[in-house]
Design a protein around this ligand. Structure first.
Ligand SMILES: *Cc1c(COP(=O)(O)O)cnc(C)c1O
Length: 484
């Protein structure tokens, strides 16, 4: 890592006259560079680095090694599902037959692409029990907005325009209230009980004929299965509201249970969390929205219909309209479809149980040293509240920084806000027992170091190109110029 010889900046490696290319002599026919108008011509050569090819290759390879990804090490970032995405998905998504498509091509020439959309829509319906899906939304938050717009269109269709309230649990992902607000709806918060689940008693007084919907995340942000769902959906439906399922992290549910069977009317899925597509850098995503049978008419357009040949449907008058430039992020949908077909009907049933097993295994192996505020069976992730032994003064931040020294990406820290020292771990279903055991032994070692040499943790990381930064200073007063 960070080999000095190959430099931090390519300019530091420059040697006058050195070259890493050889180009054939340009043939401009009758023209010469003199034909370029003077005002557009450089007065002096551009100051470009001059390097041999090997230096350039090593420089960029070394820089790339400073990145941390799922392909370089274990990445237990809770709430984000940083799982391994099989290479075949990337290879297929990179095929020119797919990358060179244009959304304005005549429908007859894109039958294969529409078949991918249609096939994925069907697969998502089968996995969730929903009646129909749209693949238009570009992200999870976008899906939430579209789902709430469909709910609003449904109530308007029924002449119930007074339904303007959305009930959101206090543990919800921040995008839930944000999407409701952008949709012009009013947010009402419902509290969690001591077990970290929606408090049914606290929900009762919030229900009435002004409720448009209740949003629930399941498993919730603490990684817990919401056990009162049947009771909650019955209560919300009884008052005429609809149930919205935030299925951003569907891993633990895959092959185990389906949102439609739990009584949910509308949901979104993050393809870029549950169904392949790397998303660490915030790259293109996809947040398909599903609606239960009978609500298809409220979905956005364009919609891909499965007919003998694949066509796009005319939007019904009840549709919420168009919410994306075209059909959605095609290559993300393609990866998801390849992922689902590769696993197949039988193997996809193992995703949920394995994600759940891995998280519970880590939790049980560490809970004697790390504080587990809600000690129950979790789903795909769980939250520690720092070390059990608070006397060392070692914080969650120190633990996260020390993990970098051992070659791990840090878990999610200081989220959710329900605890002071939140440390949220999600191993995902794709990790081997050996990787998980190694992580557990490092976490135990760090707990031991907290007792014996707390200073090592407080000043960590020690093995990374940049040590501990002052978070506040780095955010408020960043130094953006390079000093060699
Ligand atoms: C990630 C996530 C979202 C938002 O998805 P984006 O694609 O980042 O917009 C919503 N809800 C939950 C529970 C999430 O984990």
């Amino acid at each position: 890592m960070n080999n000095r010889l190959y430099g931090n900046l390519i300019f530091e490696l420059s040697k006058a006259g050195r070259k890493g290319y050889s180009l054939p002599k340009a043939d401009y026919g009758a023209y010469t560079t003199k034909d370029i108008p003077g005002m557009l011509r450089r007065e002096a050569d551009a100051e470009l680095p001059e390097c041999d090819e090997l230096t350039v290759v090593r420089h960029y390879t070394n820089l790339s090694n400073n990145n941390f990804g799922v392909n370089s090490g274990f990445y237990p970032l809770g709430s984000c599902t940083m799982k391994y995405n099989p290479v075949i998905n990337e290879e297929i998504a990179a095929m020119p037959a797919f990358t060179q498509l244009h959304p304005l091509q005549p429908i007859a020439t894109v039958q294969g692409a529409l078949e991918v959309y249609s096939g994925l829509q069907k697969a998502l319906c089968a996995l969730t029990g929903m009646g129909e899906f749209t693949l238009n939304p570009y992200a999870g938050a976008h899906g939430e907005l579209v789902g709430l717009m469909a709910i609003r269109a449904y109530h308007e269709h029924n002449g119930e325009t007074q339904r303007t309230k959305v009930i959101v649990p206090d543990s919800a992902h921040g995008t839930n209230p944000a999407s409701a607000a952008i949709c012009g709806l009013e947010i009402v918060e419902v509290k969690s009980d001591a077990d970290g689940l929606v408090d049914v008693e606290a929900l009762k007084p919030l229900l009435g004929d002004d409720v448009a919907a209740m949003m629930m995340t399941n498993p919730n942000t603490l990684g817990l299965f919401e056990r009162s769902i049947p009771e909650i959906t019955a209560m919300v439906h009884a008052c005429g509201g609809l149930m919205y399922y935030d299925g951003a992290n569907l891993n633990p549910m895959l092959g185990v249970s389906r949102p439609a069977d739990m009584g949910f009317d509308v949901m979104h899925i993050n393809l870029h969390k549950t169904f392949s597509t790397p998303h660490g850098g915030g790259g293109p995503g996809s947040g398909p929205v599903g609606v239960r049978k009978g609500m298809e008419q409220f979905l956005p357009s364009p919609h891909v219909a499965a007919a003998e040949s694949f066509a796009t449907e005319e939007a019904p008058a009840t549709s919420l309209g168009q919410i994306s430039a075209f059909y959605g992020n095609f290559l993300v949908a393609l990866r998801a479809y390849v992922y689902i077909l590769t696993l197949g009907r039988e193997n996809i049933k193992h995703v949920g149980p394995l994600a759940t097993l891995n998280a519970n295994y880590i939790k049980e192996q560490l809970k004697d040293l790390y504080e587990l505020p809600i000690d129950t069976v979790c789903k795909h992730e769980f939250v520690f509240d720092g070390l059990r032994d608070k006397s060392t003064g070692v914080t969650t931040m120190d633990i996260a920084k020390r993990l970098l020294d051992y070659g791990y990406h840090a878990p999610t820290i200081y989220f959710p806000l329900l605890f002071h020292e939140s440390l949220m771990i999600e191993p995902t279903e794709t990790e081997s027992k050996e990787t998980i055991d190694e992580f557990i032994s490092v976490m135990r070692k760090i707990a031991e170091e907290a007792a014996t040499e707390p200073e090592t943790l407080k000043t960590a990381p020690h093995n990374t190109p940049i040590g501990r930064v002052d978070d506040v200073l780095a955010a408020k007063n960043p130094v953006l110029t390079y000093k060699g």
